[in-house]
Design a protein around this ligand. Structure first.
Ligand SMILES: [Zn+2]
Length: 82
């Protein structure tokens, strides 16, 4: 769990960008330059490209990471059905 504030991160010379998760629509901050990032809200993992050092853009989901998540969700739904 990263509990640093943005101000503290900037003071250390680290920069972060932020994007909106396309799965749960929560705002997610991510260290600049990260190629992939897992949403802390829904655990969906995204591939990122960077338009500028503080402006990440979602390229698409990381299928290898999300397949397992999708299968877990599917099995939960199947269990919920009579
Ligand atoms: Zn999410």
């Amino acid at each position: 769990m990263n509990e640093e504030t943005t101000a503290e991160s900037v003071a250390k010379g680290r920069t972060y960008g932020a994007f909106r998760c396309l799965n749960c629509f929560e705002r997610v901050s991510v260290p600049t330059g990260a190629k992939t990032h897992k949403c802390p809200h829904c655990s969906f993992e995204w591939r990122l490209s960077w338009l500028s050092p503080d402006f990440p853009r979602i390229r698409g989901p990381v299928w290898e990471a999300n397949r397992q998540l999708a299968e877990e969700n599917l099995s939960k739904k199947q269990k919920g059905v009579n």
